[in-house]
Design a protein around this ligand. Structure first.
Ligand SMILES: Cc1ncc(COP(=O)(O)O)c(C=O)c1O
Length: 453
């Protein structure tokens, strides 16, 4: 398949989050141990499934046909497995490990959520897919108050079981299929790519910060979906109303749906977004006269409300799209548990805990931004919101070299390669360890020479 001069691999081959052989050891600081990650292949679904299929084939006798399932998966290796050795090395630090790799919240779930959850613990009947009237009203009210999206109707909102399932399953739920193009940001949460592969569609990374007229696309296949992620994971970039409006009109000209994953929207650190707020795809300035047609926005309570363990999220937008998604979810039994719906209502109605959590993350971000800069690392200047620093090091250090150097300091971070080729030479550092651990990381970083060349 040709992309104006660039070759796009078959989807099953295009995503390679593994470290490249030889890089980590080459820039190891003198006198230090080799980075423990090495270049082992991890045992992700592709390999596991392929092995299973091969084993079945070899054990099948002449009289029995080879078993059909499981078929070799189209999924990439699960990237986090490749971090095990770095974690083990970091854990050897005498003052203990600081885990800033996965963006999993560590602060307590707010009381307002716990009370609502336990108050709704008696739930013998099935919840509805569309959610209780209270949850829908809470989403509508929150979208108007916090996201500047007025006038949503009940048909335009839906609670979901966390937002990762939407990211992975929306192409399926909206009917994308083999040969369709699913566009997503260049440096991106890997699940956009995975969701496309699961339906046989073709994931295509594009620079969503840029004018879509500059995007390189495969010559074959129709653009079915465009994913936006603002603020971005891992890069912390925020898209303006004007940038999103340009992408929306480009997509509408092609009959494509635009979906924006906005799960870090409450975590803006720098101006103008800190005071103005991060705009939603559903902002009236984005959709123009056609309003929310062809548009969906996702939001998650995992980060703003420390609710990742509850699996509570929502989507909103074009009622035709919401209806299509609801229909599939009904058939598939994708229902948000009733106590979680009650917690969702409670946290959407309370701003105090969000402000308090935001102050905690602001402090941690300042500590880590200062310490990484002192160590010689450079945060992406456009990383102005969200839960991560997006750090580059000396030109000759690969992402895994950087991960290895961090492991020497007892700190675990994620290699930029997890997020696509745009992550080469970078690491993602999350703000999600305790204040005490973040202070320990900051101290270690301030006194290291590991990132200086
Ligand atoms: C960009 C992005 N989207 C979606 C998710 C999924 O969040 P959850 O499933 O907890 O709602 C994450 C989690 O880290 C994320 O970074």
């Amino acid at each position: 398949m040709r992309v104006r001069g660039t070759r796009i691999l078959h989807p099953a081959l295009a995503f390679h989050p593994r470290p490249r052989a030889g890089r980590a050891a080459r820039v190891r600081p003198a006198g230090r141990r080799a980075h423990p990650g090495g270049h082992r292949r991890d045992n992700g679904p592709v390999n596991a499934a392929s092995r299973a299929t091969a084993a079945t084939a070899s054990s099948s006798s002449a009289s029995r046909p080879a078993r059909v399932l499981p078929r070799a998966s189209v999924l990439p290796d699960f990237p986090w497995d490749s971090l095990h050795p770095y974690r083990a090395r970091a854990a050897e630090h005498p003052d203990g490990v600081v885990d800033l790799a996965v963006g999993t919240p560590v602060d307590p779930t707010p009381e307002v959520a716990r009370a609502a959850l336990t108050g709704a613990a008696n739930a013998p009947g099935y919840p509805t897919t569309a959610g209780t009237p209270q949850v829908r009203a809470a989403i509508i009210e929150w979208m108007a108050r916090r996201r500047g999206v007025e006038g949503l109707s009940e048909a335009e909102v839906l609670p979901t079981i966390g937002s990762k399932e939407s990211v992975a399953l929306l192409p399926l739920q909206l009917g994308a299929g083999p040969g369709d193009l699913v566009l997503h940001p260049r440096a991106a949460y890997p699940t956009y790519d995975v969701g496309a592969r699961l339906v046989g569609a073709i994931p295509v990374p594009v620079d969503t910060d840029a004018d879509p007229a500059t995007w390189s696309l495969p010559e074959q296949g129709r653009v079915a979906m465009v994913w936006l992620n603002s603020p971005g994971n891992p890069d912390g970039h925020v898209l303006s109303v004007e940038q999103m409006a340009r992408i929306v009109s480009w997509a509408r000209e092609r009959g494509a749906v635009v979906v924006s994953d906005e799960c870090y929207a409450e975590l803006a650190w720098e101006e103008p977004w800190a005071s103005r707020g991060v705009p939603s795809l559903l902002d009236p300035g984005v959709g123009g006269a056609a309003g929310r047609e062809g548009l969906l926005a996702l939001y998650s309570l995992s980060k703003q409300s420390n609710l990742a363990g509850y699996r509570a999220a929502l989507l909103a937008g074009d009622p035709g799209l919401v209806a299509a998604v609801t229909e599939v979810r009904k058939h598939a039994g994708l229902l948000v548990p009733a106590p979680v719906q009650a917690a969702l209502v409670a946290v959407l109605g309370d701003e105090e805990h969000v402000e308090a959590q935001k102050a905690v993350y602001r402090r941690r971000r300042e500590a880590l931004a200062g310490a990484t800069a002192a160590a010689g690392l450079v945060n992406d200047p456009a990383s102005v919101a969200g839960l991560y620093l997006w750090l580059g090091g000396p030109a000759e250090m690969s992402a895994y070299d950087l991960v290895g150097a961090f492991a020497e300091l007892g700190i675990v971070v994620a290699p930029g390669d997890f997020y696509g080729q745009a992550g080469a030479g970078r690491v993602r550092m999350s703000l999600t360890d305790t204040d005490e651990r973040v202070a320990a990381a900051a101290e270690r970083l301030r006194s290291t020479e590991l990132f200086r060349r």
